[in-house]
Design a protein around this ligand. Structure first.
Ligand code: HEC
Ligand code: HEC
Length: 210
């Protein structure tokens, strides 16, 4: 996978730098992968990484995914509200939701959280095969879903037995296939580009000044 390769390359670059610190020929240190910097509005993109393809915009990805969603919804017409694990062939984790909810999760969570098209995980989608597990990324995503279920149903309830909050794919990924590191904090709440001030837990939304 291109992004992982780039990450490994950068990792090696840093390592090489560490190993050759005393020599006079520093290894050029490249900026973070183009996918990370180029899509952050208002930020200076880092030095472009050679051979990295700028990914399609989120809008075009959303349109590409919408086509696949429409295809699947047509195929499962009449069974939208049946359990996902009955309608589809290879559902191992996302059980207990309807078929329509699974497809919606794929689009609005998996796809949107990573800024991916369906085919990033479903390599054989264009042959009509959505069940295949040939993609390592599909398997990673399934692992992530299990990890998230563990966080949401086992861990967080220990800390918040009532009004248990939940993480989603986007909580970590924020539109990137590799979650941005701590150098990329989103702007403060209530500041330009930041989120509005948070609603009070369990109460009506709090406005500014409260
Ligand atoms: C990040 C990876 C990822 C992306 C992107 C993704 N999927 Fe999935 N998809 C999965 C995983 C993982 C499963 C299996 C879930 C499970 O085992 O519970 C799955 C299962 C499915 C299934 C059930 C297939 C079967 O027969 O078992 C369908 C249909 C599906 N996805 C459609 C889509 C569509 C449509 C999109 C785009 C809107 C999409 N997926 C995007 C990872 C992904
Ligand atoms: C608690 C934080 C967290 C949550 C929640 C989370 N992820 Fe991840 N995910 C990560 C981290 C960290 C990585 C490793 C990224 C890297 O390679 O640097 C990762 C990697 C991945 C990868 C491999 C990407 C790559 O390029 O190597 C996929 C696919 C993925 N996550 C899908 C999902 C999906 C789908 C969900 C929701 C079901 C999800 N993740 C929820 C933190 C999270």
């Amino acid at each position: 996978m291109a992004s992982r390769r780039a990450q490994v390359l950068i990792g090696c670059g840093v390592l090489a730098l560490a190993c050759t610190k005393t020599t006079s020929t520093p290894t050029p240190v490249q900026g973070p992968p183009a996918t990370v910097t180029s899509t952050v509005p208002g930020q200076q993109p880092g030095a472009p990484v050679p051979n990295r393809r700028i990914p399609p915009s989120r809008d075009s990805l959303a349109k590409l995914r919408a086509n696949y969603v429409a295809q699947i919804m047509q195929q499962i017409a009449g069974h939208e509200n049946d359990p996902a694990e009955q309608v589809f062939k290879n559902v191992q984790v996302l059980k207990g939701i309807t078929a329509a909810q699974l497809v919606h999760t794929m689009d609005k969570q998996y796809g949107a959280a990573l800024s991916w098209n369906c085919t990033n995980c479903h390599r054989l989608a264009n042959q009509g095969n959505w069940a295949s597990d040939t993609s390592a990324d599909k398997k990673r995503a399934r692992f992530m879903q299990q990890m998230m279920n563990e966080i949401n149903t086992v861990q967080l309830p220990k800390l918040y037995p009532r009004d248990t909050p939940a993480v989603t794919c986007a909580t970590c990924h924020r539109g990137y296939n590799e979650p941005p590191n701590a150098d990329y904090l989103i702007p403060e709440r209530g500041k330009p580009g930041g989120l509005p001030l948070p609603p009070g837990r369990g109460g009506p939304p709090r406005g500014p000044g409260h």
